[in-house]
Design a protein around this ligand. Structure first.
Ligand SMILES: [Zn+2]
Ligand SMILES: [Zn+2]
Length: 380
C-alpha cells in the first residue's frame, strides 16, 4: 500500500476525479476490481471527496437518469432476458482518459467507455431482470451520448411453416413498388413494395402483427406462378422476423389466412444453411398447337427417370431429374401431365420451349403450352 500511495496521491492532487473514475484508475495499483466504492474510499483518504466536476467524465456517471429512462421507455414492451449495449461517446472523453492514464503510466485499465457501459448494464439488469451477454443478445441497445439518444434492435426470430394456396390469381411474392423501384416512396408508404396481395404479404403481415416486428423476410422452398395452386402438405418456407418486440408469443401450428392456409408453423432456433433440395408433384394441363394422338403421347415415356438440362443456367446446377410421369388425353389438342420431379426445374420451359432438354414440345413435335400448372405436393 505504501509504495503505491505516491502515484495515487499524485493523481488525486493533480486532477479532480469522481468516485467512478478514481476507482477505475487506481484499481490496478491497489489490486482490486474497479468500483465506485473503491474510488470513494480513496477520495476520502486523500481528502478529495469534492463536489467539483470530474476532469475525465464531467460527472457523466451521475447523470444517466435521462438516458436510462429513454432506454426503459424504448424497451418497455420488448420481451428480452438477455441484452447487450454499445456506447457512443464524444472523443474528448476518451482523450482525457488516455491522457491521465499515460501521464501516470497506468496500464491495463478498462477505458471510460467500458466503465460507462458496465454501470448502465448493471442498472438495466436490475430493473429489467435480464442478463448482459456478448453473443446474440435478445436485445441490443445503442446508447449515444453524442446526441443523448438511444436505439434498440432485437434478435430475429425464425419460423418454419408450410402454406397451401387454394385460389388462383395470387402471386407468391411481393413485387417492388413500380414508382420507386423498392427504395420507398409516398406511393408505397415507404415500404418499397406494391400493395397488391400475395402469399408473401399475407404471411408477412400475420407475422409482423403477431410478434410486433418491423419486417419479415421469407426463404421459399421453390415457387409458383400466381395462377398455380399449392395443394397437399403445402410449400415449405422459412421466415426471418426482423426486430420482433414480442418474442415469447406462442404460435399456433396451423391457421387460415384469406386464400392461404398455414400449417406446421413453429419457431426454430436457426434456419438451415444453404439451399434445400426438394421434389415437386405437379399436375399440368397442356394445350397443343396441332391435334394429338395417344401414340404420340406415349413418346413422353422416355422422360421417366431422365435428367433435365437447363441450357440457360451453368452446368453445376443441372443434376435435376424427373422421377415419375403419367398423362391422360383430355381432348383433341389437350392433355393432362402429372410429374414428380426435382425442384428448380423450370417446368414451363420444359413444356414449351427448347431451352431445356429433353423438352415436351420437341418430343411430341407439337408446340405445347401450359394451360394450368398446380402443385399437388412438395416433398423435402
Ligand atoms: Zn469521472
Ligand atoms: Zn415506392
Amino acid at each position: 500500500m505504501k509504495s503505491q500511495s505516491i502515484p495515487i496521491s499524485k493523481i488525486l492532487k493533480n486532477y479532480n476525479l469522481c468516485e467512478y473514475c478514481t476507482g477505475r484508475l487506481i484499481s490496478k495499483l491497489v489490486g482490486k476490481p474497479s468500483s465506485k466504492l473503491l474510488g470513494k474510499k480513496y477520495l476520502i483518504n486523500y481528502g478529495k471527496l469534492s463536489n467539483g466536476k470530474c476532469f475525465i467524465c464531467k460527472n457523466i456517471f451521475e447523470n444517466f437518469g435521462m438516458m436510462l429512462s429513454n432506454i426503459y421507455e424504448k424497451s418497455n414492451n420488448v420481451d428480452f432476458k438477455t441484452f447487450n449495449l454499445g456506447i457512443i461517446l464524444k472523443n474528448s472523453y476518451l482523450e482525457r482518459d488516455d491522457y491521465v492514464k499515460s501521464k501516470f503510466k497506468l496500464k491495463g485499465i478498462e477505458n471510460i467507455k467500458f466503465g460507462i457501459s458496465t454501470e448502465i448494464a448493471k442498472k438495466i439488469s436490475r430493473r429489467k431482470k435480464s442478463v448482459r451477454v456478448v453473443n446474440e443478445p435478445e436485445l441490443f441497445i445503442q446508447v449515444n451520448f453524442k446526441d443523448e439518444s438511444c436505439t434498440i434492435r432485437t434478435k430475429p426470430i425464425f419460423v418454419y411453416g408450410r402454406y397451401n394456396k387454394k385460389i388462383r390469381k395470387l402471386p407468391q411474392k411481393q413485387t417492388s413498388c413500380k414508382k420507386c423501384n423498392g427504395i420507398g416512396c409516398h406511393n408505397c408508404n415507404f415500404k418499397g413494395l406494391e400493395t397488391l396481395e400475395s402469399v408473401e404479404s399475407k404471411i408477412s403481415n400475420f407475422l409482423i402483427k403477431k410478434f410486433d416486428a418491423n419486417q419479415v423476410k421469407i426463404n421459399w422452398i421453390g415457387g409458383e406462378d400466381q395462377s398455380s395452386l399449392v395443394l397437399g402438405d403445402g410449400r415449405p418456407f422459412f421466415a426471418k422476423i426482423l426486430n420482433p418486440k414480442w418474442r415469447n408469443k406462442t404460435l399456433r401450428k396451423s391457421l387460415k389466412l384469406e386464400g392461404v392456409s398455414l400449417s406446421e408453423l413453429k419457431k426454430i432456433p436457426i434456419p438451415p444453411k444453404g439451399s434445400i433440395s426438394f421434389k415437386s408433384k405437379v399436375s399440368i394441363i397442356v394445350d397443343t398447337e396441332k391435334p394429338l394422338s395417344i401414340t404420340q403421347l406415349k413418346k413422353l415415356d422416355v422422360l421417366k427417370n431422365s435428367q433435365i438440362l437447363d441450357n440457360t443456367k451453368n452446368k453445376r446446377n443441372n443434376q435435376k431429374q424427373i422421377y415419375k410421369i403419367s398423362y391422360k388425353k383430355l381432348g383433341r389438342t389437350s392433355f393432362l401431365l402429372d410429374l414428380l420431379l426435382d425442384g428448380g426445374i423450370p417446368i414451363k420451359s420444359f413444356i414449351q420451349t427448347s431451352e431445356t432438354n429433353p423438352n415436351v414440345s420437341e418430343l411430341l413435335e407439337n408446340q405445347c403450352k401450359c394451360k394450368s400448372l398446380d402443385f399437388k405436393n412438395i416433398i423435402i
